[in-house]
Design a protein around this ligand. Structure first.
Ligand code: F6P
Length: 326
């Protein structure tokens, strides 16, 4: 492989807190290693539209603590077509960009994998998503902050639930994975946690809740991952009301509040380390892989594996959460 001299960096897919810290680390590590670094705006969309600008050390000043992404982000439909990818490739060639660091999730890495195979273009991915649903890393950038956001909100809801003797259904993000639901549910002492990875039986849930109420409970919280097989929090609450009409229930959908905000210290350190390691990884000849951290060690996982291999939630923790809420 010819020596890398110019790299691009972009964020793509849903934003996540810590993406700015990762961009900062990539830019400064690249400059330290004598590379030119270019920011690509709005993910693959900006790559197709040629929204590409050189970045300098000062371009990333004062961003480590900011949520969102200074490079902006998008979910690109045009990049799914060969025509879009060809235009993107031509734009990179025009600027003599040799390699790319792509920060995002499943969709980002699917695009990156195809692009590398079609145009023989070196790419390293960084796991940037609040969902934590990528194989090949213990945590994704933004996951920890999102959990803390949920816990802060759930604690507040707990106050009003207790005052009014109500049962709250709180919906958290996670279309296909229950990581946010599980961890935040344990941290806020939820009575139940419903996740896409397990089947939710409404009769069973109603029976257990009735039992809880008969014992001593007068209020509670059920955390529902948006991708639960029974539906989101509105649907679960509606079904529960049919079974337990006496309970005073309310629904809160936390939505995109989980994607914003200043990244936690954990996410800033994770993002900084991964940004640094990604540049080093590219210079050492790695490509077509996602850089992750497992048991404090850097691990490079091929894109196809990071996307297709299933990272499972810890079902023992689900059981534990129920015991602790009795
Ligand atoms: O993948 C991250 C995520 O926040 C999911 O948890 C959620 O289902 C989805 O993005 C929402 O996407 P959008 O912002 O495009 O509506």
């Amino acid at each position: 492989m010819a020596q890398i001299q110019k790299i691009g960096v972009m964020t793509s897919g849903g934003d996540s807190p810590g993406m700015n810290a990762a961009i900062r680390a990539v830019v400064r590590t690249a400059i330290f290693n004598g590379l030119d670094v270019f920011g690509i705006y709005r993910g693959y969309e900006g790559m197709i539209d040629g929204q590409i600008e050189q970045m300098y050390s000062h371009s990333v000043s004062n961003i480590i603590q900011r949520g969102g992404t200074i490079l902006k982000t998008a979910r690109s439909k045009r990049f799914m077509e060969y025509k879009g990818r060809l235009t993107a490739y031509q734009n990179l060639m025009e600027r003599k960009i040799d390699a790319l660091i792509a920060i995002g999730g499943n969709g980002t890495f699917t695009g990156a994998s195809i692009f590398d195979k079609e145009f023989n273009f070196p790419i390293i991915g960084l796991p940037g998503t609040i969902d934590n649903d990528l194989y090949g890393t213990d945590a994704t950038i933004g996951y920890d902050t999102a959990i803390n956001t949920v816990v802060e909100a759930a604690d507040k809801i707990r106050d009003t639930a207790t005052s009014h003797d109500r049962l709250f259904f709180i919906e958290v993000m996670g279309r296909d994975a229950g990581f946010i639901a599980l961890r935040s549910g344990i941290a806020c002492g939820a009575e139940f946690i419903l996740v896409p990875e397990t089947t939710t039986y409404i009769d069973n849930l109603a029976r257990l809740l009735r039992h809880d109420w008969r014992k001593n409970k007068t209020s509670g919280i059920v955390i529902v991952a948006e991708g639960d097989d029974m539906g989101g929090a509105i649907e679960v609450a509606r079904k529960m009301k049919e079974k337990l009409p006496d309970l005073d229930t309310r629904v809160t959908i936390l939505g995109h509040v989980q994607r914003g905000g200043s990244p936690s210290a954990f996410d800033r350190v994770l993002a900084s380390s991964l940004g640094f390691l990604a540049v080093r990884g590219l210079l050492e000849g790695n490509r077509g892989v996602m850089a992750g951290i497992i048991d404090k060690q850097v691990v490079y996982t091929p894109f196809d594996k990071a996307i297709k291999h299933h990272k499972d939630i810890n079902k023992d923790m689900l059981e534990m959460s129920r015991i602790l809420a009795l």
